[in-house]
Design a protein around this ligand. Structure first.
Ligand code: IYR
Length: 305
């Protein structure tokens, strides 16, 4: 059967809690023989589709399925020792197509809304239901990320005692920063923002979301799993989170006390998770004001070929 490879019915549990089986293909006899010979074929699904399979493709008699990737992908090793991930379970893309005029309207509408987003430093104590924050976190988790490892962890803080602890620790670092650590050049760059070492918003806003970057992971046996493009991934997820919060109708502030390691201790996160950013979330205070600063124009930020 061209374009299809099937895992036989399960034979037993593997170390991954999935089933051992063997691979069958009527297009090529390879998988059945090789896999049973190797005795270590494992499939996380009963049926997998071989995308773009052609009989002349390099995985034939001598190819052996050797392992699982963390996301249940069947990973195949061929004789040249390279890994092919061509054999992965797939589903149809859930793509919504719109007429081009609507695409234009949507792109503009999104921009018109996003340009009202401002970094807000004055917060109301007004409560925000947790399900809103949870939906925004679900949006953040849709971010493209290195090897689909989701190298992030979000700690949502609403407990007033913990907020006080965070405020005290952050202000201690900030006092150092503004008094001695920051260069004159840095302080000059910050002057138009009017920031200083006082961070009352860490107590008044209903939520603080501490975003941690998981520098590496751990497998079931406690062995280190390398993570890829951690900064890029967590940065993109944070961007989506900020956008989701604004889209929902709330304000946020990206706060980066430096260093931020005190967050590990207060929020009981392991050493392998590096604090990335502290996001303050809530309703703006009724009299909230923001610096009168401008965004850049397209020619300043883009070129076209
Ligand atoms: N972390 C300090 C200083 C600060 C640094 C930058 I770069 C900013 O854009 C804003 C502030 C603070 O939060 O005050």
């Amino acid at each position: 059967m061209r374009g299809g490879v099937q895992c036989a019915p399960p034979l037993g549990q593997s170390a991954f809690g999935k089933y051992f089986g063997w691979i069958e293909s009527s297009a090529e006899p390879f998988a059945d023989r090789t896999a049973r010979g190797a005795g270590e074929v494992a499939c996380g699904v009963n049926r997998i589709n071989l995308v773009g399979y052609r009989p002349q493709d390099p995985w034939k008699m001598h190819d052996v399925f050797t392992s699982f990737s963390p996301q249940n992908k069947c990973v195949m090793k061929n004789t040249s020792n390279s890994i092919s991930t061509a054999l992965i379970p797939t589903i149809p893309l859930d793509y919504q197509e719109y007429p081009i005029e609507e695409v234009q309207r949507r792109s503009l509408e999104y921009y018109e809304n996003m340009k009202r987003r401002r970094t807000v430093r004055d917060y109301s104590r007004r409560k925000v239901p947790l399900d809103i924050i949870e939906n925004c976190l679900r949006t953040a988790d849709t971010a493209p990320n290195g090897a689909n490892q989701h190298p992030w962890h979000f700690v949502v803080v609403s407990d007033p005692e913990i907020k006080i602890q965070i405020r005290e620790a952050a202000e201690k670092e900030e006092q150092d920063f503004y008094k001695s650590r920051a260069s004159r050049e840095w302080l000059e760059a910050l002057a138009p923002l009017g920031t200083d070492e006082n961070k009352p918003f860490l107590e008044t806003a209903p939520y603080l979301i501490a975003i941690f970057a998981k520098v590496y992971g751990l497998d079931e046996k406690g062995k280190r799993v390398k993570h890829y493009y951690v900064n890029e991934s967590v940065g993109i997820a944070t961007g989506l989170l900020i956008s989701a919060i604004h889209h929902s109708g709330l304000a946020s502030l990206t706060h980066t006390p430096s260093p931020m390691r005190f967050l590990n201790q207060i929020l009981e996160r392991p050493e392998r998770e590096r604090p990335f950013l502290l996001l303050v979330v809530g309703y703006p205070a009724a009299d909230a004001r923001v610096p009168d600063i401008q965004r850049k124009s397209l020619p300043e930020i883009s070129t076209y070929f």
